[in-house]
Design a binder for this molecule. Structure first.
Ligand code: ADP
Ligand code: MG
Length: 315
């Protein structure tokens, strides 16, 4: 559905986007996650044809955005970071204006009514946009994106500046829209992608640094695997035996937790699953495994480590 190949965008000699590529299938809800300044808006503006790239291509449903921007734009509903609203228009006037601008062919009244129902803005249809709350204005921004019923929706930080209740409403709305549209949304908030998206693309300093669903992302980038084992047995011998196991990099004694029972932090090579050999080794020696838990990093830990460790953009 969407294919982005080797997009590069420079401002002066600074890279805003440095060689980003990805593919998105029809029906996916994909989150662009990255800190402020990562290059999310720049990527989205290129993808929607609002900004030109220095090099690279973006293809929407087989149409190259550079070769045929008019046709490609018809496939995309875009909600930019600052929605292009006209404050002195009523919602009705504004959506009619957008309808004309997009050269929409659907029956006008029915189409706009359907959108207003879906977005739940019927109540404010005849009100001036400047008199609406931030939450309603954002909905009008969504409505604008939906005019023409484009199969792809691109939403740049759609919940920024909203209060917690409005954020929940907008997230629910995105989930509903995701049933009929391919959706790409950007955010610098981890919970947002976790609650809404099927897939997460992490962008930092203009580069794509991770791509996957919440689980595989955690797994792929977790690095060394850490376990905490609670073992009944002689402390020094247990520690020595753990250290001698294949794939174990590091063992630390975390203290006594029950009589004759200590907890040990065990760090292993990423490819090694120590659990079965650990169980056998302990059983062979007559020591007892009282508990075992994984200390794998949460997506949050992964996100923080990604944005602090990765980089490589020439300044
Ligand atoms: P994000 O949306 O992830 O916060 P942006 O795509 O807006 O990031 O910005 C990426 C980088 O490009 C930032 O370092 C930003 O300062 C820079 N940048 C964006 N727009 C411009 C511009 N018009 N002129 C110069 N630098 C820009
Ligand atoms: Mg942005």
């Amino acid at each position: 559905m969407i294919e982005v190949k080797n997009i590069v965008k420079k401002y002066g000699d600074k890279y805003a986007v440095n060689d980003i590529s990805f593919k998105i299938d029809s029906g996916e809800i994909v989150g662009f996650l990255g800190p402020n300044g990562a290059g999310k808006s720049t990527t989205m503006n290129i993808l929607t044809g609002y900004l030109s790239a220095n090099s690279g291509t973006a293809i929407i449903d087989g149409i190259d955005i550079l070769e045929d921007p008019t046709a490609a734009k018809k496939l995309i509903g875009f909600l930019p970071e600052q929605p292009p609203l006209y404050m002195d228009m009523t919602v009705k006037e504004y959506l009619n204006f957008v309808y004309d601008l997009k050269g929409c062919k659907f029956p006008r009244k029915e189409h706009l009514e359907e959108i207003c129902q879906l977005i739940k803005i019927e109540d404010v249809y005849n009100r001036m946009i400047k008199n609406l709350s931030k939450g309603y204005r954002q909905r009008v921004g969504f409505a604008q994106a939906l005019v023409g019923n484009p199969p792809v929706l691109i939403l740049d930080e759609p919940t920024v500046g909203l209060d917690p209740r409005q954020i929940i409403e907008i997230r629910n709305l995105i989930t509903r829209l995701g049933k009929k549209h391919t959706v790409i949304l950007s955010t610098h908030i981890l919970q947002e992608v976790q609650s809404v998206c099927d897939r997460i693309i992490v962008i930092n300093k203009g580069q794509l640094i991770a791509d996957g669903n919440a689980d595989t992302l955690t797994y792929k980038t977790a690095g060394n695997r850490r376990l905490v084992a609670r073992i009944n047995g002689p402390k020094v011998d247990v520690k020595k035996a753990l250290r001698a196991m294949d794939g174990v990099l590091f063992v630390d004694d975390m203290g006594q937790k029950e009589p004759a029972t200590h907890e040990f932090l065990i760090e292993c090579q990423p490819s090694v699953d120590i659990r079965k050999p650990l169980f056998r080794m302990l059983a062979d020696r007559g020591w007892i495994l009282m508990g075992l838990k994984s200390m794998d990093m949460s997506l949050e830990d992964v996100f923080v480590s990604l944005i602090t460790n990765e980089g490589g953009v020439e300044e």
